[in-house]
Design a protein around this ligand. Sequence first.
Ligand code: ADP
Length: 303
Amino acid sequence: MSRQPAKPVRKEKAPPEVPSIITDPERNIQYDKGVFLGKGGFAHCYELKNRTTKEIVAGKVVPKQLLVKQYQRDKMAQEVQIHRNLSHPNVVKLLNFFEDRLNVYITLELCARRSLMELHKRRKALTEPEARYFTNQIVEGVLYLHELNIIHRDLKLGNLFLNDELQVKIGDFGLATTVESGERKRTLCGTPNYIAPEVLNKQGHSFEVDIWAIGCILYILLFGQPPFESKSLEETYSRIKNNMYSIPNTSSPSAVSLIRKLLDPTPVNRPNARQVHRDHFFKTGFMPSRLPISCLTMVPKFG
Ligand code: ADP
């Protein structure tokens, strides 16, 4: 048997130094560090098992070395401040936060089935009932956030986590902000994945950016690729500014109509979260009450 040549090793950011037993000193809880779940811009995430209750949670670990600058600390504090008070079936629950000598830890409700990103990579275009099921839950989570005057500002497949029941949980509040009534935000420190035209044009933005992102997400779930995708970021931004996208003719009239409303170039013309929730697309057509785990890899058979 011939051996595969060794793959070239890509230089990655070194994982943080994490003790195998992690202690929350204030609550006197000890966790066993379990498997690595994934990493983001700042954090590495592991399964953590409470040594007393045996409950397994997700633990985001941020090395203090990465939090030396004041703005980095402020950003993380802002994220925790917004996230810690949230409680909704479609929002990842933030359980605790604490630190030891090396790291800052945030414990979160475990989403063991990864995110809609991995589902999309595996399955590409989903069936319309699946797209309706997932999007409806995203809209319910976003409606909850908007009613609390919170804009997420970075809704994307990789931030829409899945638990063992395949319920959607909105996570990563790193770009989230709160707004006063009527206020329009002028700045956004970071690049959202599904960036809305009013953000690109620096016209001031608000809740409507999340509605735009839901339009992009529904489009990807139904057709397997983003609406404004192109070879270069420059071309993609130009398409977003000119509202240049096409809808494949494979879709139902109610899906087409909703996508057009969500991707309206003028923010005030987009429906708000409550109007989206009441849309025809969610009220007609089959909406499964749950999905089988097999749909992570295979087209489900309904009925
Ligand atoms: P960052 O704030 O650094 O961008 P993320 O919130 O994106 O970090 O988390 C990094 C990775 O950790 C995610 O891509 C995912 O793989 C994993 N992760 C985050 N939260 C959870 C969770 N609640 N359950 C399971 N895995 C999670």
